[in-house]
Design a protein around this ligand. Structure first.
Ligand code: GAL
Length: 812
């Protein structure tokens, strides 16, 4: 595909405005971009005509190419128990994110903005941002994940052209994973009256919740005097449920306490959102107005567990990195929503934004779709993990970065805990305890309603130093063998599995003989999907299940990870071309691996789960032992192989492996059919499933996650392409090179096959199938109508799917 063409088409839709009577929000989407240093690029008269036109959010590095030399690190990873330094190639994804990049945009501010307050806001900029306006530096932000803004009221020229220039620079050895590069989150200009609500000025809490009523407290920070604030609270249907007004101003704050009768409580199963429409008047003149979504919900951490609205709720959580696979780190709502939809089906109820501030779009979706969130801040404090990591900025910036995290996100009901850090080396020594006190106090000062955790891996050290006791919530990363001791020693009365499992697997790949073990590697650089391989510091999923099932005081877990991510290709950190992780329950393309169904069998309590592994195409393994595993929510199942019963297996409480999975270890491979029947508690057949030996690749099957998308130039349909035999069975070993063509009211955006060793670029319209599958991303442009995706491959009949792009008022 022609990238330039794609981008210039997009350029036409740039700079969207959102008007209200009193505020305007302008999305700054259309920018010129240059990858490299250019000393004069901040100057107003600089000629950027040869620069690339891009749409922000934009990740400059995701277009590759993958290169072994990018950020090659010869390091000893201490937290992974390594004893000597080795060459790590794909640690940060092997994509060209290192170096300098410049963005420039022109901005004309209308006459009506005269005398207004103008804020230039960034949801994140990767990294070391320096922002220039009309040739002058107005400020910067080193941390790429921080939200930040500038008041540019007296700097923007009205009715004339303004030039905003942003210089970004990513250093080598500054990250432990792919951080992305560029203006990867949204940039906005907010225009409002000088007399108005302050930015991030509202704090909405629900200090009293009863069946009949809830007290909703809204504290609003305002600019100006003689101000009255009026609020209308609306329910999810838009019906007014309460109104209030208050003119009592204390300093720059006005507080309202509003009664909502018969409140509908927010929870993952009922993500009920209210909207507060707040209006600011000065001398009876309307000066500002905002709408804020909030939830009414109560959180409590007790020795009986975490309670949500009074009910014990175990965290069935996953850690997620911020990249979106083939889209890189550029924020896209459709991709985030798909990710969360897949996790909903899994029965997952919680997300940890590992190891940085989540995007605001992700938080909005978590509110709407019902996920509990640990919003994390840092992977490093003062002591380094990587040479040029956050350690360089901690002293100067940590307080401001935490303030902005809390101020920008505190009204999201989904957030139930803050995380001040992950496995920070400062866990050792008294300086670290001091830093923890300092940071935790900042979180408490900014938000007294939520507790603070840190993901701790140095459990012996934090037991001794007091670090673990200081925390509101002691989070343990792995170290399951120390849970009992930590529970005894720590005074909180509970333990959180802030990071668990780190089991590794590659979708559709199985290794023989089937063995449980750590740091296992194979010549093809894949890990086995029998789900028995892990790292020296980690474990198989069942080890965590036992802790949670046998102890009320374990609050739940956050599995490393929900989805695969770019970088950190453990256990192949020092093998090339491994460039993305093996930890996900779901691969980089968003296709579930077998492990997904093991978690689903216990997490999803609404739907049945019955999943058989491995696939049954083992040409060459005839006569060899090929174990069959079944993941199901039922306790009992019977396996039939080519019509013959192989016996019933039942879950056993006293066995680690057989407590959660059913295994037929001695099946000798012959082609044919595996069928499993699960039995309910009365011994009646409840559900059955089959896997057959597939024939030769015959045609391509295309299935879209959404057949209708919005014609907004951003929405994406994710089409899973499967290579199937003439009867429609997946050919699980197919690696056919596939080519993609999109026509009509949409464009080819990217593809991904989930193979952690693939060096094919995501944005090119060709890719090999991996284990018989891949996913094609089709993006809308601004036209409505039909979109055709055609997929072709040698030796198979073409696949075709028609999608629809329609105009819709409602965003997805
Ligand atoms: C943890 C760490 C994660 C990731 C994981 C891999 O120790 O917190 O960021 O590196 O190990 O197992």
């Amino acid at each position: 595909m022609n990238l330039k063409f794609y981008i210039s088409l997009l350029f036409l839709i740039a700079q969207t405005y959102l008007f209200s009577q009193t505020r305007e929000i302008q999305e700054l989407e259309s920018w010129k971009f240059y990858q490299g240093e250019n000393q004069n690029a901040y100057q107003t008269n600089f000629d950027d005509s040869s620069w690339q036109e891009v749409i922000v959010p934009h990740d400059w590095a995701i277009y590759g190419p993958f290169d072994k030399e990018v950020d090659k690190q010869v390091v000893k990873i201490e937290q992974n128990n390594e004893e000597k330094a080795t060459e790590k190639t794909g640690r940060t994804g092997a994509l060209p994110f290192i170096g300098t990049g410049w963005y420039r945009t022109k901005l004309k501010v209308p006459e009506s903005a005269q005398g207004k307050q103008l804020l230039l806001t960034f949801d994140g900029a990767m990294s070391n941002a320096e922002v220039f306006l009309n040739g002058k530096k107005i400020g910067g932000r080193p941390y790429g994940y921080s939200y930040f803004y500038f008041d540019v009221s007296d700097k923007l020229k009205i009715n004339e052209e303004n030039i905003i220039a942003v210089r970004l620079e990513n250093e080598p050895r500054s990250s432990r994973w792919y951080p992305g590069a560029g203006l990867y989150r949204k940039v906005q200009l907010i225009t409002k009256n000088p007399v108005s609500f302050q930015h991030w000025g509202h704090t909405i809490t629900t200090p009293i919740i009863d069946e009949d009523m809830a007290k909703v407290q809204i504290k609003s920070k305002v600019n100006g005097d003689n101000i009255c604030v009026e609020t209308i609270i609306k329910d999810i249907e838009g019906k007014t449920v309460a109104t209030n007004s208050n003119c009592q101003q204390f300093g720059d704050e006005i507080e309202q306490n509003i009664k909502v009768n018969n409140p509908e409580l927010w929870s993952p199963s009922n993500p009920y959102l209210y909207t507060a429409e707040v209006k600011l008047f000065q001398n009876e003149e309307l000066k500002d107005q905002q709408e804020i979504n909030f939830g009414i919900r109560e959180i409590e951490y007790t020795t009986e567990g975490f309670k949500l609205n009074g009910e014990v709720t175990k965290f069935k959580g996953v850690c997620l990195h911020h990249d979106l696979g083939p889209l890189g780190t550029a924020i896209n709502r459709a991709a985030l929503k798909r990710q969360l939809s897949i996790l909903k089906d899994l029965g997952c109820n919680a997300i940890r934004s590992a190891h940085n501030m989540p995007s605001l779009e992700q938080l909005e979706l978590c509110d709407e779709m019902g996920f509990l969130v640990i919003a994390e801040s840092f992977d490093e404090w003062k002591r380094p993990k990587v040479q040029n990591g956050y350690n360089k900025h901690f002293d100067k910036w940590a307080e401001r970065d935490v303030e902005n995290l809390v101020r920008a996100t505190k009204n999201h009901p989904s957030i139930v805990m803050w995380s001040a850090g992950n496995e920070v080396p400062d866990q050792h020594g008294s300086e670290g305890v001091k830093r923890l006190h300092w940071l935790q106090d900042i979180f408490h000062r900014e938000d007294p309603t939520r507790p603070v955790t840190v993901g701790m891996d140095q459990v012996k050290a934090v037991m001794e130093s007091g670090f673990g006791s200081v925390l509101d919530i002691p989070g343990l990363n792995y170290r399951v063998h120390l849970y009992d001791e930590a529970y005894e020693k720590f005074p909180q009365g509970f333990i959180l599995g802030s990071e668990t499992a780190s089991t590794v697997s590659s979708r559709g790949i199985y290794k023989f003989p089937v063995q449980k073990g750590y740091n296992m590697t194979y010549p093809d650089m894949q890990s086995s999907s029998y789900d028995l391989e892990y790292c020296s510091w980690s474990n198989i999923p069942e080890v965590d299940f036992v802790e949670q099932d046998d102890h009320d005081w374990v609050l739940g877990e956050f599995v490393w990870t929900g989805f695969d991510y770019l970088g950190e290709p453990t256990p192949y950190d020092n093998y090339w071309p491994s460039r993305s992780s093996y930890f996900g329950m779901v691969d980089l393309a968003g296709i579930p691996k077998d492990r997904y169904y093991l978690y689903r069998s216990r997490w999803n309590t609404e739907d049945e789960t019955l999943h058989i592994l491995p696939h049954w195409n083992w040409e060459g393994r005839e006569g060899e032992v090929t174990p069959v595993f079944v993941y199901t929510n039922y306790d009992k199942a019977e396996l039939f192989f080519n019509g013959k019963s192989q016996g019933i297996r039942e879950k056993k409480k006293d066995s680690l492996l057989e407590r959660y999975r059913l295994m037929w270890k001695d099946i000798v491979y012959e082609p044919g059919k595996l069928k499993v029947i699960a039995y309910d508690e009365n011994g009646e057949p409840a559900i059955e499933k089959e896997v057959v030996t597939a024939g030769k690749p015959h045609h391509l099957k295309l299935e879209a996650d959404r057949n209708t998308i919005i014609a907004d130039g951003e929405d994406i349909s994710f089409v899973t392409v499967s290579v199937v035999d003439k009867d429609g069975n997946l050919c699980p070993n197919a690696t056919i090179q596939l080519n993609f063509e999109v026509s009509g009211a949409g464009e080819y955006r990217a593809a991904c096959n989930g193979d952690p060793t693939s060096l094919e670029m995501f944005h090119l319209p060709t890719m090999k199938a991996f284990s018989g599958k891949l996913v094609v991303l089709v993006k809308s442009n601004e036209k409505t109508g039909k979109i055709d995706l055609k997929v072709k491959g040698k030796g198979v009949k073409d696949g075709k799917i028609t999608l629809t792009a329609e105009a819709k008022d409602s965003e997805i």
